[in-house]
Design a protein around this ligand. Sequence first.
Ligand SMILES: Cc1cc2nc3c(=O)[nH]c(=O)nc-3n(C[C@H](O)[C@H](O)[C@H](O)COP(=O)(O)OP(=O)(O)OC[C@H]3O[C@@H](n4cnc5c(N)ncnc54)[C@H](O)[C@@H]3O)c2cc1C
Length: 465
Amino acid sequence: MDSVDYSSDAFFHGPILSCIDLKRPTTPSVIVIGGGISGLAAARMLHEANFRVMVLESRDRIGGRIHTDYSFGFPVDMGAAWLHGVCDENPVAPIIRCLGLTLYRTSGDDSVLYDHDLESYMLFDKNGVQVPQNVVTAVEEIFKKILKETDKVRKEHTDDMSVLQAISIVLNNHPDLRLEGLANEVLQWYICRMEAWFAADADMISLRSWDQEHVLSGGHGLMVQGYDPVIKALARNVDIRLNHRVKRIFNGSNKVLVTIENGQNFVADAAIITVPVGVLKANLIEFEPNLPEWKASAIEDLGVGHENKVAMLFTDVFWPNVELLGVVAPSSYDCGYFLNLHKATGQPVLVYMAAGRFAYDLEKLSDQSAKDFAMLQLKKMFPDATEPVIFSNSWSHCSGKKSMKLMACLFDLIAGPISLFSLGYRSQLSGLLHLRHSREARGPVREAPSTCREPLLWGRSCEFG
Ligand SMILES: Cc1cc2nc3c(=O)[nH]c(=O)nc-3n(C[C@H](O)[C@H](O)[C@H](O)COP(=O)(O)OP(=O)(O)OC[C@H]3O[C@@H](n4cnc5c(N)ncnc54)[C@H](O)[C@@H]3O)c2cc1C
């Protein structure tokens, strides 16, 4: 791969191109744009297949929306933390297994709460009174019925609508499913959990596609040691250029020219673009010629949502030994929940999780104010809660935005010199909601499956160890 300092216009005209062509080595070269897990996975595969690969990453670190923070003295994932689908089909699983990493199982398949099930949780009202478990399970049944009815609404309407609209149609048609008081607050908490899965408010989630996602089986496992070792393993021996923000991609007849912010050009046989959909939607990268219509319209159609975390380290554990601590409220926006990392990792850490518009609003606060807000929520449940000794938030570390449909995977690596590659391992727009509640045994974990999926190159990942 060649790095040249000429301006792109000069480069693609006149003698410079032929000069580079003369030097052209036989091994094909690829520039991967973006050093998140998609870009690193693509680069790893190409590196293993003897391509010459270079990753151009705009930030001063790799990982993108995966970032393991060590400021507490141990790993805490401020971006992705779960493996969704602990099974052979999941290409991340063999890496986790070969690195000997531990997964803490938080739910089996088919939970109405996605990556949690209702076995290890406590919900509280705003006065700190615990919601009786029988109310929570009764509302769960009603929530499932409501969702089932929304499927009928979908069939009756040709135009798409939001899940929230569909729920309101169902409640109009079935007054028996309407809830009041505490039960309604618990229903709002279920909706809040649904919004967390999609990183979008219910009025933004598509009725047509929300349950069309194929979520891998095997349940959901929390990465006890964090995702950092996976990122490092994928990145090993790959040529990665940090602080290289790509501004322009020129697709020549047999070369791709990539220009970064400072005007420096890089040339290769092909480019793989793994930047977040939000970056593409905002047209932060100029394509020449323009992307084909089908790619441009796919980018336009995909949504992007927000998810954020505030992690807090305490001196002591003053909360109960359950995985999830939730606050119910009259609207899903005002509901909240904390992940108790002590259960999975033994460390006295609570992670306040926020999604959708609420996450967006939280992100606007200073770090201190965001922590204070999380503490207010915590004190609703535990009035004597002590202040954390240290805290951390996701938006200082890791863009809080989630692409809603990463698996939509505009992936034509074979077909053209410029490929959009998204191997984000969880789709947000069309999340899964099965209507059978799992009661599988939980606990410190299950291992990632023992056979590597073939023929994925990174499946041969025992070298990662
Ligand atoms: C708070 C949070 C929690 C999450 N939890 C989970 C979870 O538990 N499990 C799960 O499966 N998923 C989770 N996700 C989603 C998951 O993190 C993402 O799907 C995944 O990390 C996306 O990887 P990616 O490589 O496609 O994109 P990214 O990680 O966003 O990588 C894209 C990279 O491109 C770089 N870039 C952007 N613009 C340019 C440019 N112009 N030039 C060069 N580089 C550029 C960015 O800096 C970034 O490093 C979570 C996301 C968030 C935000």
